[in-house]
Design a protein around this ligand. Structure first.
Ligand code: SF4
Length: 379
């Protein structure tokens, strides 16, 4: 596969970085330590920047998180910073003066101020970003598309609502006179990522795209899933910045950046493999890369233990999802055969959309084994 001409996206400035407009594809990553621990968070920003991340994202949900940003900024000279906003979009006002970009999730805007129109909320974000020299990312995730939008599409079609959400939010920002934005369309299935980004780029080729397979999981499988999607998209000239979302202990978080750089280098040198589909008939483990929202420090260890336990199902078409918190956990586990999402003291176990129960961290693995064995037995 030779690399096609890049899509004619417009350039978007993010602090000292520019994406799109023919600029090199930037590799980015996200912190997983608690944001309010400003010293530790800044250390991780510097770890990721030193590994080559052109931009580092930080999760912000509360005033306490936002308050830590000024110290983080002071301790991370030269790094380009973004914040990740989920439900609490209004916190953008406290963050924007201290960072270079705001990522918001259209699928979580409805949680706060339910009586306020989503377009008003988007206009609010555009004004805040415009007043503070910030860029914006419309960050659509397959597992958290606004329910009101999702129900306008056939139940089985996950990609069309994602694309529709991104296009609607682009139009709302355009109407607000704000064009300094990029878009991401992520899912845990590389094939859906390829489909969604190709459909979107076909309609808005000028909008820079941030590529990623969300909850790609533990290495090496997480890298392989991501590589498949990136080869298919970047090989067609689609994509202006990338993030490889891996479930890793904090000390190894920089491996996300290294994996991203290696994939870009391989694509550039035609060292690509992607005619394969990722293990369609076998075991598939989906796990989130963790971030400051993680509810229990033992999350990464739990994901590793789930993978070890699930090896018994390697020849069975079973998908197991392991998610770190209540923000994306409940939604992202709906499509898995068995889903675990973490709380501070309990792990919620689900079979598809159906909740089985909440189990202590010392009880969850034997309970999961029981469910998995029953599934293997049922064939
Ligand atoms: S599921 Fe929660 S902990 Fe995991 S990356 Fe997403 S927001 Fe962070």
């Amino acid at each position: 596969m030779s690399t096609a001409t890049r899509n004619p996206t417009r350039a978007v400035a993010i602090g000292g970085l520019a994406i799109g407009g023919g600029n090199p594809i930037a590799v980015q990553s996200m912190c997983a330590v608690a944001t309010r621990d400003a010293k530790a968070c800044a250390a991780q920003v510097n770890q990721l920047s030193a590994a080559g991340a052109g931009l580092v994202r930080i999760a912000v949900d509360s005033k306490a998180d936002a308050a830590a940003l000024s110290e983080i900024r002071a301790r991370t000279e030269g790094a380009n910073l973004a914040v990740d906003l989920q439900e609490n979009y209004r916190i953008a006002a406290a963050c924007a003066p201290l960072v270079d970009k705001l990522r918001y999730n259209p699928g979580h805007l409805y949680h706060h101020q339910r009586g306020r129109a989503w377009r008003d909320k988007v206009k609010f974000l555009a004004d805040i970003a415009g007043e503070n020299d910030c860029a914006l990312r419309i960050g659509v995730n397959g597992g958290s598309v606004d329910p009101a939008l999702r129900e306008q599409f056939p139940a089985g079609d996950k990609v069309a609502p994602m694309v529709a959400s991104a296009l609607a939010h682009c139009a709302a920002l355009d109407d607000a006179g704000f064009t300094r934005y990029c878009v991401s369309l992520k899912d845990s299935d590389p094939a859906k990522v390829v489909d969604a980004n190709r459909r979107f780029a076909g309609q808005r080729p000028e909008v820079p795209l941030h590529l990623g397979v969300t909850e790609a999981g533990l290495p090496p499988h997480g890298v392989i899933k991501t590589r498949i999607a990136f080869e298919q998209l970047i090989g067609r000239g689609i994509g202006d910045t990338i993030r490889v979302s891996l479930t890793l202990p904090n000390a190894r978080k920089h491996e996300e950046v290294e994996a991203g750089r290696a994939i870009l280098d391989d694509i550039k040198n035609n060292r690509v493999r992607s005619v394969v589909r990722f293990n369609p008939g076998g075991l598939n483990i989906i796990s989130c890369p963790s971030c400051a929202r993680v509810e229990n420090e033992s999350f990464v260890e739990l994901a590793e233990k789930v993978r070890a336990l699930a090896a018994r199902a390697k020849n069975h078409a079973v998908t197991i999802a392991v998610m770190g918190c209540r923000v994306n956990g409940p939604g992202e586990t709906d499509e898995a055969d068995l889903g675990l999402w973490c709380g501070p003291r309990f792990v919620n176990l689900k079979r598809g959309e159906k909740k089985i129960g909440a189990f202590g961290y010392d009880e969850i693995l034997p309970r999961l084994k029981k469910e998995l064995d029953a599934m293997i037995e049922a064939g």
